[in-house]
Design a protein around this ligand. Structure first.
Ligand code: ZN
Length: 232
């Protein structure tokens, strides 16, 4: 049995799930775009070729391991230049710097790149304005969103949410790589408020052990949560 499963979200748009992580295949009349590649170790290229016969461009929302595991199964993947420093020395696959102003023309579908740093310095979202769909990676989701690593920034995160709020007439549904989807635009002010409370030290952290020996601190605010720094 395949480690992947898929769901048709809209004509030509698939969510491909691999355990707890999700990627998206977006097909146009000339090309298809695969956003993220999940965890390593499976034949993602073969799975994708069962869903589309179009040439596939691979784009990454950011450089965390559960998004770039399948890159080596494709000729190359586009990644924001600011995330290249997160790639480990032994990371497999070829990475090309994303050109931000170009967007991705798939024929009858265009995907705009929106920079939304915070979870990582080079995190991006893709916007399909015509179909009112936003693909938000790990940034817009119910979480817990990993925000405890040194490369995470709540200041950048807040600015990114504000940037999306300014564009919210351009999308109705938000497709995240983890947890529930689609999300509505009503999650944006909750994420911003939660991040502001984190900066002010006003959310209470609760200790969790999601797997034996792995201690995480979860900070909840309304419908969302962050994994943040330990409570001293
Ligand atoms: Zn991530």
């Amino acid at each position: 049995m395949s480690v992947y499963s898929h769901e048709l979200l809209a004509p030509g748009v698939y969510a491909i799930s691999q355990g707890h992580v999700r990627m998206f295949l977006i097909e146009g009349s000339k090309r298809a775009l695969l956003l993220d590649t999940g965890n390593p170790g499976a034949e993602l290229n073969l799975y994708v070729s069962q869903l589309t016969d179009k040439p596939v461009t691979v784009v990454l929302t950011h450089a965390h391991g559960d998004h770039l595991g399948g890159v080596e199964k494709f000729p190359f993947a586009y990644l924001h230049p600011a995330d290249f420093s997160l790639l480990a020395a032994d990371t497999k696959g070829k990475y090309l710097p994303l050109t931000l102003d170009q967007g991705f023309d798939l024929g009858d579908r265009f995907l705009e790149v929106i920079e939304i740093p915070g979870h990582t310095p080079g995190h991006i979202a893709l916007l399909d304005k015509e179909n009112k769909m936003l693909f938000s990676g790990d940034t817009v989701q119910t979480g817990p969103i990993y925000m405890f690593m040194p490369h995470c920034s709540f200041d950048s995160f807040i600015q990114s949410i504000e940037k999306l709020e300014a564009r919210q007439a351009d999308f109705e549904k938000i497709y995240a790589c983890h947890n529930e989807m689609p999300l509505g635009v009503d999650i944006l002010p909750i994420l911003k408020e939660g991040a502001q409370l984190m900066l002010e030290g006003k959310l209470d952290g609760k200790k969790q052990e999601p797997s034996p020996g792995r201690i995480m601190w979860v900070y909840r605010h309304k419908t969302i949560a962050f994994y943040g720094p330990p409570v001293l």
